[in-house]
Each structure stands twice: as structure tokens, then as C-alpha cells.
Design a protein around this ligand. Structure first.
Ligand code: SF4
Length: 215
């Protein structure tokens, strides 16, 4: 039997929030995040120029998956939604740079690393939901079109069918316009611009980021 779940409170368990946010950081770290911290949603930079980078130069995921631009939540919509929230948990996971560089030799490691980030986001979001912060939602890293459906011809959700990984897949932070580079740098953590033409030995590490907007 699992632990008993508290009934919903009108204030969405406001009083427990500081302790709950601390526990979410702990959980993210226990699941493999390298760093985690609580942030105010007013400190989340949302910028249309971020999703422009999905289109120019064109990413393989652009227009190819339900959780990628231009099909997913628009930056303006997210900006508006965030006005209803105050606190979030941001986390990063350090990975070897060769995992980020798009090299066919490291596809398996890349998919595993991104899937792990989705797992952390799912787990923390789920914790918050069962703690009574039932409006919590999260964004992961990279495209679910690659991370979960890379071997498939199409995104099933775009064909009007059920997403193959409906509970696991999420938009990435960058797909909805969050400036991940700026957020991570502002948190005091290291992140490097690893582009498609990068060589792994140019960087000390790669970084994947995720976020759960809690309340
Ligand atoms: S079907 Fe696959 S590509 Fe489409 S939204 Fe779901 S996980 Fe993403």
C-alpha cells in the first residue's frame, strides 16, 4: 500500500509549499539531477526568439511533433499562464558533451540521457500533484519526437491519435520559449553552447535542464 494522500485543500496546500519545494529539489537530485533549486516564476525568461531557433536553422523536430513548435504552447501563452503561478523547481543534469553533440555513435546514450530528464520532470510533477499542488506542470529537454519516437515514421498525436507516451512526453523548456541558457547561467551553474557543428573536446561538459512549475 502507498502512503495515504491528503484531501484537496482550497488553498492548494499553501502552508506546506516551502517544505514541499525543498523535497522536490531533493527528489530531482536523488533521481540523477546534478543541481536543483527553487525559483520564482517571475524569474523565468520567456522569449519568442527562443522558438525562432527551432525554425532557423530548422530543427528536425520543427513541425514534426505535437510537443514541438509550431504545434505546442506559444511563448505568449506560457507568459500569460505563468502569471497564475509563483514557484517552480529548476534542475539540470550534467552529461558528457559527446552525448549532446549529434553524433550517430552516441544515439543510445543521448536518448537515455534525455529520457532520464523526462523521468525527473514526470516524477517531480507527479509528487507535486499528489501533494495537492494539483496544477503543477513540467517541461523537459529536447524533442519527444527524438527521445521517444525516434524510430517511428510519424508523431501519432499529430494524426489525431493518442500520443504513444502521453504521460511521459512533455514539451521541452526551449520549445515553449524559455531561455534555458540564461536561466541556468543566472542560477550560477555552467552551461555551454553546444551546437550541431561542435566537437565534444571543446567543452568540459554538456547540460540538460528541466523545470516543474509548482504553484
Ligand atoms: S506520439 Fe511521440 S512524438 Fe508525438 S507527442 Fe507523443 S511522444 Fe511526442
Amino acid at each position: 500500500m502507498g502512503d495515504p494522500i491528503s484531501k484537496i485543500s482550497v488553498d492548494r496546500h499553501e502552508g506546506a509549499l516551502p517544505e514541499d519545494l525543498r523535497r522536490y529539489c531533493e527528489r530531482a537530485l536523488a533521481l540523477g539531477a546534478t543541481q536543483a533549486r527553487v525559483i520564482a516564476t517571475s524569474d523565468i525568461p520567456v522569449d519568442e526568439r527562443i522558438t525562432l531557433k527551432c525554425q532557423v536553422p530548422r530543427c528536425f523536430g520543427y513541425g514534426a511533433g505535437a510537443h514541438c513548435p509550431p504545434h505546442t504552447l506559444k511563448p505568449a501563452e506560457l507568459r500569460e499562464l505563468l502569471k497564475g503561478f509563483r514557484w517552480a523547481v529548476l534542475f539540470i543534469k550534467d552529461v558528457p558533451p559527446e552525448v549532446i553533440v549529434r553524433d550517430k555513435a552516441t544515439i543510445k546514450e543521448r536518448v537515455e540521457a534525455y529520457q532520464q530528464m523526462y523521468k525527473i520532470v514526470n516524477d517531480v510533477e507527479s509528487m507535486a500533484f499528489y501533494d495537492g499542488h494539483y496544477l503543477a506542470f513540467g517541461f523537459a529537454a529536447g524533442s519527444c519526437r527524438h527521445t521517444f519516437c525516434g524510430q517511428q515514421e510519424t508523431c501519432q498525436a499529430m494524426e489525431g491519435k493518442k500520443c504513444r507516451f502521453s504521460l511521459l512526453s512533455r514539451p521541452s523548456m526551449e520549445a515553449v520559449g524559455i531561455d534555458v541558457f540564461q536561466m541556468v547561467a543566472k542560477a550560477g551553474w555552467e552551461i555551454y553552447p553546444i551546437g550541431s557543428g561542435a566537437k565534444p573536446d571543446q567543452f568540459p561538459k554538456g547540460t540538460l535542464a528541466g523545470i516543474v512549475i509548482v504553484q
